[in-house]
Ligand binder design. Structure first.
Ligand code: FHN
Length: 434
């Protein structure tokens, strides 16, 4: 009873803070800076897209793509009953794969809240026969297991009248709808997410790109989040350079610096910690016909290539509507997990800004220990590491520990690969420098 009262008071005082805007440029607190560093150390996370759309097995954009009228789409909530959902299983799945954090959709563009919210009846507790809050279970399990939790939160909403999807933007607001009401609604929901759920370490915004000219009131939204918990990491998938008030920068379906998908044309790499997200097949939400599964090798390469570009890798899966994760994903990620168990020291806690990517692969570094990841077998019998300022004192194969011949010159270091048994996935050479 007392605990409930304390929680209610905490929530009410948090709601009172709702009008606070950030004044002046954002100065992250020491706790926030420590959280950023920890985040960079984690390196590998699990992205989860799960919602009522999962029932239709055609991805999270199914309503839009199949032109389902919103009122018809809303009926899906009546059949959403993920009896097989088990937070423990999800967290164990992530841990087994070597992932250290989870980013889960709390509300996607369809506006359905996957958590118990007082701010909209269209949520999993009130609108489905399930009547439970899976994100609370997940948050508790993450806290217990030492896994950090980030909430994906959509700025775009296809259904709410105050958002007025499709309405032209005039003077920073949609012509129709009620923009102030929508901004307030988001702040109230974010307050719930930050104050009620344990283990929450980040908010992952998405959907900005749908209304590039709108005034999203980020000063207020980010200000509120940091007021409620200064250590929370704010990121926004706006595909631009970071905006004041953000704590990390993300890239979608591309490594930082690349733009093969067209999302990153305007996105310059800023100074914040980086993250890149990619799908395990070609879909974010559960897609029953999508069988273009990435191999364990492709996933490991994505992880290594992200780390070598100083970015975390957030790998997405779309669980099934019953809450289970399909076997193709569990099988592949178990193999990835085995690799990470053996080679994790060359990824976790490392930084990847030592050397730009080379034709043969990338470098990661942890203090005086560097790791050359040879992911493409070189044409010659050596690899060349340019611009090495420190003196290399030792070179060994990470797996097996055998010494590796090298020659250091002013322009860089030659590492000789002849005689080495090359690993078809990643030959990792561990270098000690002083
Ligand atoms: O439209 C979304 C999409 O459904 C998914 O959530 C991805 C994840 O990065 N982001 C958006 C597209 O930019």
């Amino acid at each position: 009873m007392i605990r409930k009262l304390t929680l209610t008071i905490a929530l009410l005082s948090a709601l009172a803070l709702n009008t606070v805007a950030q004044t002046g440029p954002y100065v992250p607190t020491a706790d926030n800076l420590a959280a950023r560093k920890k985040f960079q150390d984690l390196k590998f996370g699990l992205f989860i897209h799960w919602g009522v759309y999962s029932i239709l097995g055609a991805g999270e954009w199914v309503m839009y793509e199949k032109k389902i009228p919103y009122d018809s789409y809303k009926r899906l909530a009546g059949f959403f009953n993920p009896q097989e959902f088990n937070a423990k299983e999800w967290v164990q799945f992530a841990k087994k794969a070597g992932m250290k954090y989870i980013t889960v959709t709390s509300r996607h563009h369809d506006g359905f809240s996957m958590f118990g919210t007082k701010m909209s009846p269209y949520n999993i507790v009130d609108a489905t026969p399930y009547h439970k809050d899976p994100l609370m279970e997940l948050a508790k399990e993450c806290e217990k297991e030492g896994i950090e939790l980030h909430f994906y939160y959509s700025l775009l909403d296809w259904g709410r009248p105050d958002y007025a999807f499709g309405s032209p933007i005039v003077n920073g607001k949609p012509e129709k709808g009620d923009w102030d009401s929508y901004i307030k609604f988001m702040k109230d929901q974010l307050t719930e997410l930050i104050t009620k759920y344990p283990a929450v370490k980040g908010i992952w915004f998405d959907g900005h790109w749908e209304r590039k000219n709108a005034n999203w009131h980020y000063d207020e939204i980010y200000g509120l989040i940091h007021k409620l918990n200064p250590a929370i990491l704010v990121g926004n998938n706006h595909h631009l350079e970071p905006i004041d008030g953000e704590d990390f920068q993300m890239f979608e379906k591309d490594l930082p610096g690349a733009n093969t998908t067209g999302f990153s044309a305007e996105s310059k790499i800023g100074k914040l910690p980086l993250e890149t997200c990619e799908t395990i097949n070609n879909s974010w939400g559960f897609n029953i016909t999508d069988r273009s599964f990435k191999s364990s090798k492709q996933i490991i390469h994505y992880l290594v290539n992200s780390a070598g570009r100083d970015a975390n890798f957030l790998l997405n899966i779309g669980p099934m509507p019953n809450g289970k994760i399909q076997s193709e994903f569990t099988d592949t990620l178990a193999i990835v997990g085995d690799w990470v168990k053996k080679n994790g020291e060359s990824v976790y806690n490392t930084r990847g800004s030592t050397m730009p990517p080379q034709p043969w692969g990338v470098m990661t570094a942890n203090g005086k220990t560097l790791y050359a990841h040879i992911t493409t077998t070189p044409g010659e019998s050596y690899i060349f590491i340019p611009q090495m300022k420190e003196k290399v004192t030792k070179a060994v194969l990470l797996n097996g520990g055998g010494t590796v011949k090298f020659k250091q010159q002013p322009e860089g270091v030659f590492i000789y690969t002849n005689g080495l048994t090359m690993d078809p996935i990643d030959t990792i050479i561990k270098l000690t420098v002083n």
